[in-house]
Design a protein around this ligand. Sequence first.
Ligand SMILES: Nc1ncnc2c1ncn2[C@@H]1O[C@H](COP(=O)(O)OP(=O)(O)OP(=O)(O)O)[C@@H](O)[C@H]1O
Length: 272
Amino acid sequence: MSTPAATKRDGFADGGARVAARARSLTKAYGSGETAVLALDAVDVEIERGRFTAVMGPSGSGKSTLMHCLAGLDTVSSGRAWLGDTEITGLGDKELTQLRRDRIGFMFQSFNLLPTLNAAENITLPMDIAGHKPDREWVDRVIDTLGLRDRLRHRPAQLSGGQQQRVACARALASRPELIFADEPTGNLDSQAGLEVLRFLREAVDELGQTVVMVTHDPSAAAHSDLVLFLADGRIVDRIERPTAEAVLERMHIFAAATAPPGAAPDPDPLN
Ligand SMILES: Nc1ncnc2c1ncn2[C@@H]1O[C@H](COP(=O)(O)OP(=O)(O)OP(=O)(O)O)[C@@H](O)[C@H]1O
């Protein structure tokens, strides 16, 4: 059994109650001198607990960098970030590893399942590695919500892409993390399987009370969220509450037109 990650109080009255994650003036530069890239430019953001937040923006706008910095997967150049009331900027590697393992769930485009383990073993793997006993009742609820009950003994190769992503979703939920980060979770799926995964993420928020942050390029995927944050050039430039796919697409076209050089032809696909 491990000891909990060290915490630093941020001094805010609501602490971690309403806000699952937060950043102030978060800045991330890659490289230095003339070749330096400002991936995040003094970002202020709050991720509300119990909500489904989508992060959108053109390629290179800083979506993955923001997610990585909020999840303690990457260091920041300046600014501060908190998970609940724990300040993660300034934590050491060991504390960050513990914090990620104990308090954050991850879902990636490539499902990252171990081929030699069956679905049930993959779902509880992070907890097994950490030496944490799974909460059986919760894990059963996650498995039933995701419709994986009759697939538990199957190995990844015996599952469809959509089923594999559902296992990855169950693995992210299994430890009942404070926050789930999903990076293009439907990117490798056909539209039907992608839709299923989005519905499950929605259910994870509505039925299981989880908090989800999803990076996506797809306006119809973003339409499953409660709030879309738009990034451009490392800044949050807009937001839409209760988004529809049409509203998201329209906003992306407006940004593309505003940032296109004079006389440039309209971008047929402003999301990439
Ligand atoms: N390890 C790195 N070294 C140097 N530059 C990097 C590195 N990682 C990201 N960048 C740069 O930082 C900027 C933001 O990258 P990031 O991956 O966060 O964008 P993104 O919005 O997630 O893009 P995409 O939609 O293409 O995944 C880009 O200009 C990118 O080239």
